[in-house]
Design a protein around this ligand. Structure first.
Ligand code: ZN
Length: 481
């Protein structure tokens, strides 16, 4: 632990020795990778390579770059196809078994070994400890049945001496009452979880006449949380939003928030490259943007070498005001998260800027989902109270500016489809946009949402719903697929 703490301090201070530390760890990672069925052959690329052992940090940086350039990239598909082959130990030798989400593809085994649990806990704790400590208390509301996040954040809060309670709603009723009571009784001031779950809890409180929980900080992860959504959540809860960590079950936590709410790359534990049409290069001092490629330096039990995450990130290239020297990155989501609607590209932020303006008056949109069918769009919204027709018309007019050639309606519903809470599993686009041109989309809709949509589409002169799709609609009471 002490040597890892020194590594964290070295990275945070920007000392030249960081490159030497990364070199030493890369050698160990490659030794581990040589014993993994998934990566052994790719490490062979360095076999006949004449590399001089670096004698200072600058040299080490150059040698690391040279070594990486010779190693092949590892695609997400290749890892998913042979996930177990990435492990260098038997499952029984790990502390806990976890998987990354399999919703958008095959699940990837991501068990935690003692070493990477300790390292990841320290990496996050040394960042969160800059703005959280004894005297704070946290509600962890993360129900990832196979993912390590809830467990991992509990360990982090233990590390920095913050009392936490890890709760979940009743599986049968979806009732948040006891969670709201405990939050109030224990004066919990920090929420740890996803934006969509927080919205669901706030909506439950409003619907059931409970007080909306107030927090000092919201530590949000896993979903794209842009500035408009963040502002909306801050208004609802009185808290400050931190997008508190970035990573995945298979990579561990790659970047962690500082007190200024910026995500700092954990350079003591990862080599990070940016990949685009010009190839891949290590993240350096300047601004950059492209797909993040990671080599793990502290995951000997399941090493990843030049792993293509599929995530677009932006490197700001500016030194953060908190004083830490580690690069600041901004996750931009997956390339496919841009929504193409009726020939127009729409971004999450474009929609949310219109739903949550900076000077809101009257009825507040709590949460939303877009449903598309040809040139028709229905924006399902939940609201804090029942709106009047003028409000409807005004919101429809605002949203219509996104795609003037399309027909658009706003419908207020009691609750959004459960899909809207699954951003952390399926990504923003799949959780917030339902394209009914896709036959399987109808199957994802529970009643009464489906009836509301069908009626709205009919009103929008959408009677000509393709026969195939109409025929594929599930019968009453069908469960979500
Ligand atoms: Zn910072």
């Amino acid at each position: 632990m002490r040597s890892h703490l020194r590594g964290i301090r070295t990275a945070q201070s920007g000392a030249d020795e960081l490159r030497a530390l990364q070199f030493d760890k890369l050698i160990k990672t490659l030794e581990a990778a040589a014993s993994s069925d998934l990566t052994a052959s790719s490490v062979q690329a360095l076999r006949d390579c004449d590399l001089r052992y670096p004698w200072n940090g600058t040299q080490a940086g150059l040698v690391v770059a040279e070594m990486l350039a010779r190693l092949p990239l590892l695609g997400r598909g290749a890892l998913r196809a042979k996930a177990r082959a990435a492990l260098t130990m038997t499952p029984a030798e790990f502390v806990h078994y976890y998987e990354s989400s399999g919703t958008t593809g095959d699940a990837v085994a991501a068990p935690k070994a003692l070493h990477d649990l300790v390292v990841n806990t320290m990496n996050i704790g040394e960042m969160w400890g800059r703005f959280l400590g004894p005297g704070d208390s946290a509600l962890i509301l993360i129900n990832g049945p196979f993912a390590p996040a809830g467990y991992q954040f509990e360990k982090v809060l233990e590390y920095i001496g913050v009392m936490s309670t890890r709760l979940w709603t009743d599986n049968v009723t979806g009732d948040y009452t006891r969670i709201l009571d405990i939050t109030r009784e224990l004066h919990i001031n920090t929420f740890v979880g996803t934006a969509s779950r927080l919205l669901e809890m706030v909506q439950f409180a409003l619907r059931s006449g409970c007080a909306v929980p107030r927090f000092s900080r919201l530590l949000l992860m896993a979903e794209q949380t842009g500035p408009h959504l963040a502002r909306h959540l801050e208004r609802l809860t009185g808290a400050r939003v931190y997008v508190c960590s970035y990573g995945a079950s298979e990579t561990g936590t790659v970047a962690v928030a500082c007190e200024d709410g910026q995500l700092h790359l954990q350079e003591q534990s990862y080599l990070a490259e940016i990949h685009d049409d010009d190839g891949a290069r290590l993240i350096a001092d300047g601004p950059d943007r492209g797909e993040l490629v990671l080599t793990t330096l502290d995951l000997p039990a399941r090493p990843l070498v030049r792993y293509r995450t599929g995530d677009l990130v932006e490197v700001t290239g500016k030194r953060c005001e908190c004083g830490l020297a580690t690069p600041v990155i901004r996750p931009l989501g997956r390339a496919q998260d841009v929504l193409a609607f009726n020939g127009i590209q729409i971004r999450q932020e474009d929609v949310e800027a219109l739903l949550w303006p900076s000077d809101p008056t009257g009825v507040v949109v709590l949460n939303y989902m877009l449903v598309l069918s040809g040139d028709l769009a229905v924006c399902l919204v939940t609201t804090d109270r029942r709106p009047d027709p003028d409000w409807h018309t005004a919101l429809e007019r605002r949203l219509a500016t996104l795609s003037p050639a399309s027909r658009l309606a706003v419908r207020v519903v009691e609750a959004l489809p459960p899909l809207s809470n699954m951003g952390s599993y399926v990504g923003w686009k799949l959780s917030r946009v339902l394209d009914l041109e896709d036959n399987s989309a109808w199957h994802r809709l529970p009643e009464p949402i489906r009836a509301v949509l069908e009626q709205t589409l009919t009103e929008l002169d959408a009677v000509a719903i393709p026969t195939a799709r109409a025929g594929s609609r599930p019968h009453e009471g069908a469960v979500l697929s």
